[in-house]
Design a binder for this molecule. Structure first.
Ligand SMILES: [Zn+2]
Length: 262
């Protein structure tokens, strides 16, 4: 499932290969995939003749600016979305359930005047496209998160620290795998109330978020964590060999070590 690292790979791909190519036509076969009142004729009118000029990101949300005072295009990757440009995808193909490219999975896209294409391919159809997305409903981006922002997100919440880290309104970009990896590396029990973390633990968590994103980003994505190999009940903690426990925390399946995560 795409998290901030996969969204960043997609953003990079758009920035490298989709900018300044005039859009000749828009592929919007699935009205349900368009959100907040956007219609297929509306998105065609908004994009045809324009170019993408900048690719930005906030958390998992891709934000693509368009030329001539055109709208910001918001692309949500959902559970299985990938960006394909001229047929190539960003990221590790092993990550996703299927690499088949069924035409009906191309929920949205454009054809450039030069004959190339950009598609959002989404087998599970949980992604979305919108114009002028409300970027400010999202918290600070996890890749740029400051210690003060992390402290503000955690100190006032009795919710489990895992739920706070995954709440996109508080911190944007961390999903289930990255959050489990971060808390495992930081030695913090995902079920602990966030406001129980002392100042030293907040600092450690902040450092660990950045280390984890840097290391896993270099390896190729959110599925490349050290914790991954033991993500099953009884899987041995790679640090100390203790059997992992599985719980549901913040509505998500959570694996953690009962020995070193306190
Ligand atoms: Zn352990």
């Amino acid at each position: 499932m795409p998290e901030i690292l996969e969204a960043e790979q997609a953003r990079t791909l758009i920035a490298l290969r989709a900018l300044d190519r005039p859009i000749a036509s828009v592929h919007a076969p699935d009205a349900w995939f368009l959100k907040r009142g956007l219609t297929p004729p509306g998105v065609r009118r908004a994009l045809r003749g324009r170019s993408f000029v900048e690719a930005r990101r906030r958390g998992k949300l891709l934000l693509v600016d368009t030329s001539d005072d055109g709208p910001v295009v918001g692309l949500h990757l959902g559970m299985s979305g990938r960006v394909l440009i001229d047929g190539d995808a960003a990221g590790d193909p092993l990550l996703y359930a299927s690499n088949r490219d069924a035409p009906e999975w191309r929920r949205f896209g454009v054809r450039f005047a030069d004959g190339g294409t950009l598609y959002l391919r989404d087998p599970r159809r949980l992604g979305a496209v919108e114009l002028e997305p409300d970027e400010d409903r999202l918290g600070p981006d996890a890749l740029a998160l400051t210690r003060a922002q992390l402290a503000a997100a955690t100190t006032r919440s009795r919710a489990p620290v895992k739920a706070v880290l995954m709440d996109q309104h508080r911190i944007a970009g961390l999903g289930n795998l990255l959050t489990d990896e971060v808390l495992w590396r930081a030695g913090i029990d995902p079920a602990r109330p966030a406001s129980d973390l002392d100042a030293g633990e907040v600092s450690r968590l902040h450092r660990t978020i950045h280390t984890t994103l840097r290391v896993l980003g270099r390896r190729g994505g959110s599925h490349t964590g050290d914790h991954m190999s033991a993500r099953f009940p009884g899987g041995a903690c790679p640090k100390d060999g203790a059997p992992f426990v599985r719980r549901t925390i913040g509505g998500r399946t959570t694996f953690s070590c009962p020995v070193h995560q306190r």
